[in-house]
Design a protein around this ligand. Structure first.
Ligand code: ADP
Ligand code: LRH
Length: 485
């Protein structure tokens, strides 16, 4: 029986999951999980990629101890962040985290050289201050010039496992530097950044094998014999592969974790002006698809609120506390940049409520209620925009990822959008990662077959919309609030 291991590293946690096909069912088991976060040092926010790599090795050692002698292996992480390598393949610098404040104001400066419209027409990627394009723009010029290779984080981790340097395309598209027409790095953007094409590696599509794990690494740490398969290395791209869609249904999704990525799978990019103005993006997906989506601040806000309370509550306890509170009392525009990386999330939420003369949430339940209500309303706006841009109505909204465990938020979302919400799987990213490995090893035929397998193998929850009293008034207040922010 074939073994598949997914290494899935999110901004809040990393995990290794093991899967095997038993007849018509996929069995999934967690092998290892560890917390992940960025750290503030010397005035900047950085990821600890050596720690992440050490945890990957630990997870693979556990796999071996569980009796997994050989396996296929795929790896995904969050997007946009990069590693600089010198000619020997050693890291030149620590890895900046995308929430680091150095990119504040960078898009405005960059677009004095080339307009937003032009960049969007070329790349189809929404403007987010932390896109690799803007991060590289503010990076130390001399150091960039010195860099032999610029690799995104998962490419770098694949490199440490396999010794091979590649740029996987689903994640590379989030750099905002790939040209939709040529499907290569955009020459004009490279020129504006004073970068050379050879500072990046070959762009490769998910599904290809990178060969075996480095034998010396496997020997040194007693790891299973792993064949490395390139999966969609952008976590959101892997998550979308595993969405348990039903043929013939008009669906959209929220990949719900640190971020809420709300969008649809499309066959062709949509990069006209209206899409740009709505800040919708066209990230490249597995097997020629595109993720037409919008970034919504997501459960990061809850993670920060929880962290500030010294992790005194679990995520499900925070949802329970919120469920006991009065709904829609205080609302915040989640996508305002003030919530991207504030000193204190709780203080920032309270300041906003005070400034806008809303009741200031003080208790933990009041604060989390404010976040969940506001997220549901932000989903409503984004979904309405999405339907307009797609020119079709959405019947079912799939919520996948860790956030699909939050029944309060799933039900609230169904109520506000007035549509069916289907929640799960919560390990969508790892499952999409595994699905592509299975397609590559020819155990599964296509994304469609993988989605059917996932639908058969995991229990999913359906939330039907329930009426909200005074929804019109809530929406009126909400519209005023977001239009003023
Ligand atoms: P990422 O991959 O971005 O690190 P995940 O997909 O692991 O994120 O999702 C993490 C989020 O899922 C948490 O921040 C939390 O809000 C939510 N979550 C996970 N488990 C639960 C639960 N049992 N109840 C409510 N929310 C949950
Ligand atoms: C989610 C995610 C998202 C990106 C962000 C940087 O983990 O990959 O798709 O926009 O992190």
């Amino acid at each position: 029986m074939k073994n598949y291991i997914a290494i899935d590293i999110g901004a809040s946690s990393g995990r290794l999951l093991h899967a095997q096909l038993y007849g018509e069912q996929l069995a999934l088991k967690e092998i290892h999980r560890f917390a992940n976060s960025f750290h503030h040092r010397h005035g900047h926010d950085y990821w600890d990629v050596d720690h992440i790599f050490a945890e990957i090795v630990k997870g693979l050692q556990k796999a071996k101890r569980l009796g997994i002698e050989s396996c296929y292996l795929g790896l995904d992480t969050w997007a946009v962040d990069y590693v600089l390598l010198d000619q020997k393949g050693d890291r030149l610098e620590e890895v900046y985290a995308y929430r680091d404040k150095r990119t504040e104001g960078a898009p405005e400066k960059f677009h004095a050289k080339i307009s937003r419209e032009e960049v969007y027409a070329r790349t189809g990627i929404q403007e987010l201050p932390f896109n690799t394009l803007y991060q590289l723009y503010v990076h130390d010029r001399n150091q960039l010039c010195e860099a032999d290779k610029i690799m995104l984080v998962p490419d770098y981790l694949y490199y440490r496992l396999s010794g091979r340097k590649v740029n996987e395309v689903t994640n590379a598209s989030t750099m905002q530097m790939l040209n939709l027409r040529t499907r290569e790095f955009d020459e004009e953007l490279l020129k504006l950044l004073s970068l050379r094409r050879d500072q990046f590696s070959e762009l490769i599509e998910p599904g290809q094998s990178l060969g075996m794990i480095r034998p010396e690494l496997a020997r040194q740490y007693d790891l299973p014999l792993c064949e490395l398969v390139v999966v969609p290395t952008h976590d959101t791209a892997s998550a979308v592969v595993s969405i348990p869609v039903q043929e013939g249904q008009s669906w959209a999704y929220i990949s719900s974790g640190t971020w809420s990525l709300l969008g649809a799978e499309v066959a062709e990019p949509i990069n006209h002006r209206a899409a740009m103005e709505a800040n919708y993006t066209n990230e490249w997906g597995a097997f020629g698809t595109y993720r037409f989506l919008k970034n919504i601040m997501g459960l990061w806000m809850i993670q920060e609120v929880r962290r500030e309370s010294d992790n005194a509550y679990s995520f499900s306890e925070l949802a329970e506390l919120a469920a006991a509170e009065i709904p829609f009392l205080s609302l915040i525009p989640c996508n305002d940049s003030r919530f991207l990386n504030p000193k204190s999330m709780i203080a920032e939420i309270q300041s906003f409520c005070k400034e806008t003369r809303q009741p200031v949430p003080l208790q933990m339940g009041e604060i989390t209620r404010c976040v969940f209500d506001s997220l549901a309303l932000t989903y409503f706006d984004a979904l309405r925009e999405l339907e307009g841009l797609l020119g079709r109505a959405v019947e079912v909204l799939h919520i996948v990822g860790g956030g699909s465990n939050n029944e309060l938020l799933c039900q609230l979302t169904a109520n506000v959008i007035g549509k069916t919400v289907q929640a799960g799987p919560s390990e969508a990213t790892a499952l999409g990662n595994i699905a592509v490995q299975m397609i590559s090893s020819q155990e599964v035929e296509s994304i469609r077959a993988a989605r059917e397998l996932i639908t058969r193998s995991f229990s999913l929850k359906v939330f039907e919309p329930e009426p909200i009293c005074n929804l019109d008034q809530v929406l009126e207040r909400w519209e005023k609030l977001v239009s003023h922010s």
